[in-house]
Unconditional design. Structure first.
Length: 153
């Protein structure tokens, strides 16, 4: 991985050098120094840190890609039953949520509280993000999808 790729991934993730280093398991006292050396080319990024950074980079969308890729995708199978509808968040932090009759884990009500959008899994660590806001936006995407589905019938 080149120094430019390291810097590009960090900037696309909107992280400081210290934050990226800590996300990769470096200690707080040397995280920014090590990342600065990776970005300058003074030190190669190798081993588990390179693998982890490549993984983190998969969820990093620059502004051009964000303008072309929707934040959420809502899908349902042909049965259209509860539990067969889901919302996938494509922007970081990525996650998958399903529509359930009862809330489980992190959940928000949808369809006037008759159903819940429950997070099945986080692909990226949501710790730096406002999870309530993210779930609310996912619920709004689902509500817009169901409203569009109802007018199409």
């Amino acid at each position: 991985m080149t120094p430019e790729q390291v810097r590009g991934i960090r900037l696309a993730l909107d992280l400081s050098q210290r934050e990226l280093g800590q996300d990769l398991g470096l200690t707080p006292d040397n995280a920014d120094r090590v990342v600065r050396r990776w970005e300058s080319g003074d030190q190669a990024i190798t081993g588990p840190a390179a693998v982890a950074l490549a993984y983190l980079g998969q969820g990093a969308l620059d502004d051009t890609m964000k303008s072309r890729i929707p934040e959420h995708v809502v899908a349902a199978d042909a049965l259209g039953e509860i539990g067969h509808e889901l919302v996938i968040r494509l922007w970081r932090p990525r996650c998958l949520a399903i529509v359930t009759e009862q809330p489980f884990g992190q959940a928000v009500p949808v369809d006037g509280g008759l159903e819940y959008l429950s997070v099945a899994m986080w692909i990226d660590d949501p710790a730096r993000f406002n999870e309530t806001d993210i779930l609310g936006r996912m619920a709004s995407a689902f509500s817009a999808y169901t409203a569009d589905s109802m007018t199409a019938v």
